[in-house]
Design a protein around this ligand. Structure first.
Ligand code: BES
Ligand code: MN
Ligand code: ZN
Length: 508
């Protein structure tokens, strides 16, 4: 990951630099470009640049990028990049596009991207700088495990904003850096192939990254402890694999935190074959990403601890491989979860809810949770309903739904509230158990209704990230592969103090 520098004005540019120029809607150029202050770039006077820009036809549409010719290779390249109206989504797209182009140029010797954020419309403030730093780190993200040496990457992204000396802007840049690194970690976990990523490996990664942070403790339960604790769902799903399951519990408990204790539960299926109810070959290879919810909650906790947020939070990840073997759980098995509720297995491919049920019940009964949020690549139905950029949000209270919706908006992630429609509750009927695990359509909703009792009376929300957890192609700061979706929404919610009630109406 490149280092991020925060500067108040354009630095002197050298041969190894790439300069981005933000082009607004209708080809408007930032004021600094044509002001005398731009004299730090003698080889490219603003007038010339503006003329060259007109020639390339860049009209400022977000995500469009054109190369501008520079005399003397000082800087190496000037790239004009659309910033649209400078809204936060447009800004993210500008930054990610510039970084991606600069990473290509890094393969030919560029080492620094100089990234001015002020537009003709407004100077960048704290929100813009935070979004830009996140987009810079995430847009340039890359996961590779090849035998060849990696091509050279950018060493530095210099973010330029005239208000950069403002302490709020500097704090936002730092928050953006911590967030970007945490989400990149989540992406690494998701992108790691499942022959490396078994439950023990995933738990080990959590310990390695989190256990040394101040006020963080990480506990890992193995099969014996899971049996003693009654984790029937985790043991059933993990029972078919040669790599036994784990439960990761990472807690951040800063001194002076209030009484609220959100517990984030993330689905940690390290590979989902479907089990005995095996998946067809076509969709199966995507199932190495079936622990993306687990990665998201661990990343949110990582960032919360590094930012020293004044809120206690715990991440719980039931990790198991849903494999096919003689010891796999079967259709018609009855499984007893933490807390005693039972499930009749109708389809072993509905394994996510089996492990989440234990995680939610454990958080409520043994970890002192005051509010529960789970994140899971839970249903193909949600991907069909909302597509690949938007998560389904279910919540038992309007206040929690609203708070998470606001957090997602600030984070730049899309969520859409779905109904916990009780008219489908009867589909969960089982003759022999409290519920069956494959109640049918609408699949996303019946899965949420299955989970709900495990949260008891606590406020509970469920994010089904089956669509956005994984990307088929690059798009702004989303890079093909694991996206880390959910981590930033959870983090913003924690930054707001993990509110459960609607924000109080403003009085005058
Ligand atoms: N991990 C899958 C859901 C999924 C599918 C995520 C596609 C991302 C892309 C989950 O475990 C699953 O198999 N769900 C089943 C449930 C059904 C058997 C009730 C599904 O959605 O088909
Ligand atoms: Mn499945
Ligand atoms: Zn699954």
């Amino acid at each position: 990951m490149p280092r991020v520098d925060l500067l108040t004005s354009l630095p002197r540019l050298g041969e190894d630099d790439v300069l981005a120029v933000p082009v607004g809607t209708d080809a408007t150029l930032p004021p600094w470009l044509t002001s005398p202050a731009f004299g730090t770039l003698p080889a490219v006077p603003g007038r010339l640049l503006a003329g060259a820009l007109a020639d390339t036809g860049n009209t400022g549409r977000p995500g469009t990028v054109t190369n501008l010719p520079v005399a003397g290779r000082r800087p190496r390249s000037v790239v004009a990049v659309g910033i649209g109206d400078g809204t936060l989504p447009h800004l993210r797209s500008y930054v990610a596009t510039a970084v991606r182009r600069a990473q290509t140029l890094a393969e030919h010797g560029a080492t620094r991207l100089v990234l001015p954020l002020d537009t003709a419309l407004a100077p960048a403030g704290a929100d813009e700088v935070r979004a830009a730093v996140e987009a810079a780190l995430l847009g340039g993200y890359r996961f590779r495990e090849t035998s060849k040496p990696h091509p050279p990457r950018l060493a530095t992204v210099a973010v330029v904003a005239t208000d950069a000396a403002d302490p709020a802007v500097a704090a936002a840049a730092r928050a953006g850096e911590v967030t970007g690194h945490a989400v990149a970690w989540a992406r690494d976990l998701v992108n790691t192939p499942s022959n490396t990523k078994d439950p023990a490996w995933l738990a080990g990664q959590a310990v390695e990254r989190l256990a040394g942070l101040p006020h963080v403790t990480v506990t890992v339960l193995g099969p014996e402890e899971l049996a003693a604790g009654g984790f029937g769902g985790v043991l059933a799903v993990g029972g078919g694999s040669a790599s036994p399951p784990r439960l990761v519990i990472a807690s951040y408990a800063p001194p002076g935190a209030g009484a609220s204790h959100p517990v984030l539960v993330g689905k940690g299926i390290t590979f989902d074959t479907g089990g005995i109810s095996i998946k067809p070959n076509a969709g199966m290879r995507e199932m190495k990403t079936d622990m993306a919810g687990g990665a998201a909650v661990l990343a949110a906790l990582d960032a919360a601890a590094r930012l020293e947020l004044p809120v206690a939070v715990t991440a719980v990840v039931p990790a198991a491989e849903n494999a096919v073997s003689g010891s796999s759980y079967r259709p018609a098995d009855v499984v007893r979860h933490v807390g005693g509720r039972t499930t009749e297995v109708q389809n072993t491919d509905a394994e996510g809810r089996m492990v989440l049920a234990d995680g939610l019940a454990h958080a409520r009964l043994s970890l002192g949770a005051t509010v529960l949020v789970d994140v899971a690549t839970l249903t193909g139905a949600m991907k069909v309903a909302l597509g690949t950029r938007t998560a389904g949000l279910y919540a038992t209270t309007d206040g929690l739904a609203g708070a998470l919706g606001t957090a997602a908006l600030h984070a730049g992630e899309q969520v859409w509230r779905m109904p916990l429609a009780e008219e489908y509750a009867e589909l969960l009927h089982s003759d022999v158990a409290d519920a069956n695990n494959a109640p049918g359509n609408p699949g996303g909703t019946t899965a949420a209704i299955f989970l709900r009792p495990f949260a008891g009376d606590l406020p509970w929300a469920h994010l089904d990230v089956a669509g956005p957890a994984r990307a088929a192609s690059d798009d702004a700061e989303v890079v093909k592969g694991g996206t880390g979706f959910g981590a930033r929404t959870l983090l913003r919610w924690l930054e707001a103090g993990a509110p459960v009630d609607p924000a109080p109406a403003t009085t005058h």
